[in-house]
Design a protein. Structure first.
Length: 365
């Protein structure tokens, strides 16, 4: 597909850009730098917090010890090294990948459906992905070939069925934002019922494991789940990043998009498939974590920009930091016990969703 050309604001002269463009670009760069600083701070807090506290200086020394050029000697004990590299860091990286994936998918769904309330959870995509993953996990179909696994594949099929069904219901009801959300709620209820039925067919121990997984968690020992999720996050993340400009064009309607040289059907299909696969991969390793794809793109939209050229990459950055920070609370609030991280995101996301609905209602009156 050839690169699209977009109208630009004519500069006052040939040497300087328009002031509005300069301000928007500068604000995006500033927001990105702030986001990276927050991400580093959250990562450091996550690595040092927990039932077994690790010293900040020791964590830095241990990390730099892995880089031969620095010549820094680790000051952590063998037990502390194992905690850092086999438990804390894999869990942190998994939280960053899942949070960034769900946030990017949410931003993509909001753009492609022109609905600011769309997200993987509310559209039923997470529930569909969860049903596919439950079938693979519960009935011994979790087979792997190198970095690829049947669980994300099964989750992807369920996610794609759910989003297509939600779209079909929305078109039958006039393709309004309300019918799209109602279709998503219907799909979520249907797949949740199917999950419950499938779990009831499992043995008691296997059912307990699957139910614990469905609540949403980032429990991991080692790096296997990271290597499983990373290819999907990289490939689908690049696809959504490349198509982020298309989301801005699709907001003005298909006819206008065609006049600008964009194939709306192809772009919409690419975005939906990429976002669904990204959601499915995240769900397959973390279970159902609600509202991340709704809350984070809204925060970026309200504080930084309404353009999806900015929202998509910044949503990935903010979403990664957000879920990693929430996971710190899940690990420490009831230490030494843990809360499922999906419960905490629901406590944050449900009031936020109600606030967005209330705000939209009063803005339209």
């Amino acid at each position: 597909m050839t690169e699209m050309s977009f109208p630009t604001i004519a500069p006052a002269n040939n040497n300087t850009a328009h002031p509005a463009v300069q301000r928007a670009f500068g604000f995006s760069i500033t927001a990105t730098l702030v986001g990276l600083a927050v991400l580093v701070a959250v990562g450091l807090l996550s690595a040092t917090s927990g039932a077994a506290g690790l010293p900040v200086k020791g964590v830095f020394a241990s990390l730099f010890d892995w880089i031969p050029l620095f010549g820094v000697q680790s000051t952590l004990s063998t037990t502390q090294e194992n905690i850092l590299f086999e438990i804390r860091l894999p869990r942190l990286v998994l939280g960053l990948l899942v949070g960034g994936s769900l946030s990017m998918a949410g931003a993509a769904y909001q753009g492609v459906f022109r609905n600011p309330l769309a997200d993987p959870y509310l559209l039923g995509v997470s529930a569909g992905a969860g049903f596919g993953a439950v079938l693979a996990l519960g009935f011994g179909l979790d087979l792997s070939w190198g970095p690829f696994d049947t669980v994300p594949a099964a989750a992807f099929v369920g996610a794609l069925v759910a989003v297509l069904a939600s779209m079909t219901i929305a078109r039958g009801g006039g393709a309004s934002p309300a019918t799209l959300l109602l279709g998503g709620v219907a799909m979520a209820a249907l797949f949740s019922a199917a999950q419950t039925y499938a779990i009831q067919q499992l043995s008691e121990n296997r059912a307990r494991e699957v139910l614990s997984w469905l609540f949403g968690q980032l429990n991991t020992t080692g790096w296997k789940q990271i290597w499983l999720l990373l290819p999907y996050t990289a490939i689908c993340g690049v696809m959504l990043h490349v198509h982020r400009r298309h989301l801005d064009v699709l907001r003005v309607g298909d006819d206008e998009a065609r006049s600008l040289g964009l194939n709306p059907v192809r772009s919409r299909l690419t975005v939906i498939v990429s976002a669904s696969l990204l959601t499915a991969a995240a769900v397959s390793v973390s279970g159902l974590i609600a509202f991340v794809g709704l809350v984070v793109p809204h925060i970026v939209r309200l504080l930084i920009s309404h353009s999806y050229r900015v929202i998509v990459p910044l949503a990935a950055l903010v979403g990664a930091a957000f879920l990693a920070f929430v996971d710190i609370g899940a690990r420490t609030l009831l230490a030494p016990s843990e809360l499922p991280v999906g419960i905490l995101t629901a406590f944050v996301g449900a009031p936020f969703f109600a606030l967005v609905l209330w705000r939209d209602r009063w803005s339209n009156t």
